[in-house]
Design a protein around this ligand. Sequence first.
Ligand SMILES: [Zn+2]
Length: 264
Amino acid sequence: MALRRRGGAAKTNQLRALGVGRGAVLSAMRAETVIRVRKGWFALTTVSPLERRALIDHGFLTCSTAAMIRGLPAKDPRHYHLRANRPVAGERSGRRRQKFATTGASVSLLDMVEDYLHCQPAEWSLALLDAIERQRVIGDADFCELEERLPRHLRALLALRSSIPESPLESVIRYRLMQAKIRHVMQHPIGPYRVDFLIGHGVVLEALGAEHHANRDAWERDRARTIWLKNAGYEVVEMTYNQLDDWQQVLSVLKKLRTYQLRR
Ligand SMILES: [Zn+2]
């Protein structure tokens, strides 16, 4: 129980402060609910391999690695980023030397966001901020504290956060449309539907992230919606995560369609 409250992992002295003695730890280890990860560190057997690895490396997960553990957006699932009190051989780790708070094998949410914004591309940082705003996992006071810690260009990113995007893909597309100075409205109602992006008056851009669109029913629903929108006179462009790598092509399609719609 105490371990769960500490985020799944804790040091002997942290456990002792919570009133858990050596005997309780030993009996939990015998019952195979707790393991000793390294000297003085104990974890629930349910902690993820990444969290275990961080503890063995004498560090704490941060940036997108910690975000992933919390179910928040991460660009590259292989990115392994630690904050540590001393350098970890062969691993990238946070360089900011100030004290940081931890829960279990990760740094605190605020420290995680700070490292993420410094390390990840701006569009994915916005995806993280949007997700946090949508799930309300950080309060306004914490956002203020974060703002004080950030340099100006990252503060500008913080100010762009919005609870409207419903997936990381939508956040990344939103960022890129802003960069390309393409005006758009998000989650715009058209007939019985709400489209992800309405560009100009007649171009609809749909973000088909696998998280909401991959099952059979969703696939059928999306096709029905596309034919309805086309019948109502809209041009529909669909975009997936992999197509983020083809952004120039998508952009050129969007621009062509917009001009075409204007001429009609
Ligand atoms: Zn990182």
